[in-house]
Design a binder for this molecule. Structure first.
Ligand code: ATP
Length: 283
């Protein structure tokens, strides 16, 4: 079984407070984008779950989130002898704030539900997803836009029918989500929550309003760790991109453009050796 595993960006990320369990309470607006990894599920004759991947930095042992997804379902619904080869073709930059690993895990949950004919409801699949990671339930929801609350794992789908065109600029440096959250100064983040205004601006595709409401509380922390991000933002501004922001804990930065043509033009101007640049749309 062949599965397409999409990336996400966060159009909004508000950190509300630190919880007793060490996680942060957040409010985020996810957008699913058309940048895909490919996941292939294949039955094995023996009982092993084996991960194969073309990317050297992706773990192929039990630390891979796809392994966790398969193992959870196998323990509850199949006997341990159901072996599986999971092959992953990585195209989504790793540890970039684009949710690649989480998406791969969601693809395995959704795929195995069919491959093993488990007939699990979406609610049930989402509860497995939340055990794997905070961003996994969004990908299990299979919606283009959604609000995430709690750790980002409580998902409310948004009926937004707009398709947005983006430029994605990703430096080769990696940023660890854990480190970015731990160097965050919550006293310096604003209290106002503008997510409803952002949803309205998205529905109207009002670029000047989008500029006002798109925000990410993790930016200051990520920019301190990687000053190159400031240069990318400045460059986008110079090229006339009005709306841009960090996705998740970075280092990916996305911009919103009026059309595919404009996104491609900007991409050609910003391309350089130390940056990966993609033109993507809402998926
Ligand atoms: P997060 O915000 O959850 O850290 P991210 O989008 O910034 O996510 P990912 O590409 O998901 O980053 O990778 C984060 C780390 O997760 C990687 O450094 C890698 O060690 C580990 N990982 C586990 N499973 C996978 C997977 N299937 N694909 C990529 N990375 C994975």
């Amino acid at each position: 079984m062949r599965l397409k595993s999409p990336a996400k960006i966060n159009l909004y990320l508000k950190v509300l407070k630190k919880r007793k369990d060490g996680y942060h309470q957040i409010k985020t607006l996810f957008e699913r984008i058309g940048l895909f990894d490919e996941v292939l599920l294949k039955k094995r004759k023996d009982s092993r779950v084996r991960i194969l991947c073309n990317h050297p930095e992706v773990p192929t042992d039990s630390a891979n989130l796809m392994y966790k997804a398969a193992d959870l379902l196998r323990k509850d619904f199949k006997n341990k002898s159901s072996g599986l080869d999971i092959s992953l073709k990585k195209r989504i930059p790793v540890a970039a704030g684009l949710g690649g690993g989480s998406s791969n895990a969601a693809s395995v949950l959704l795929g195995l539900n069919k491959f093993w004919k488990l007939r699990l409801s979406r609610v049930k699949l989402k509860s497995y997803a939340a055990k794997i990671g905070s961003d996994v339930p969004f990908f299990v929801s299979e919606s283009s836009f959604a609000i995430g609350t709690g750790r980002g794992d409580k998902i409310k789908n948004l009926p937004i029918s707009r398709v947005l065109w983006h430029i994605l600029v990703v430096p080769h440096n990696k940023l660890s989500t854990k480190e970015i959250y731990s160097s965050l100064n919550l006293r310096l983040t604003k209290n106002e929550d503008n997510v409803n205004m952002l949803v309205r601006a998205l529905n109207n595709f009002d670029l000047s309003r989008l500029k006002d409401y798109i925000a990410n509380d993790l930016e200051a922390s990520a920019f301190r760790k990687l000053p190159k991000l400031l240069y990318i933002k400045k460059k986008l501004q110079e090229l006339g991109v009005g709306v841009f922001c960090l996705s998740g804990s970075g280092p990916a930065i996305f911009g919103i453009l009026k059309s595919r043509k404009e996104a491609e033009k900007t991409a050609r101007s910003i391309k350089s050796q130390d940056l990966q640049v993609f033109v993507v749309r809402t998926h």
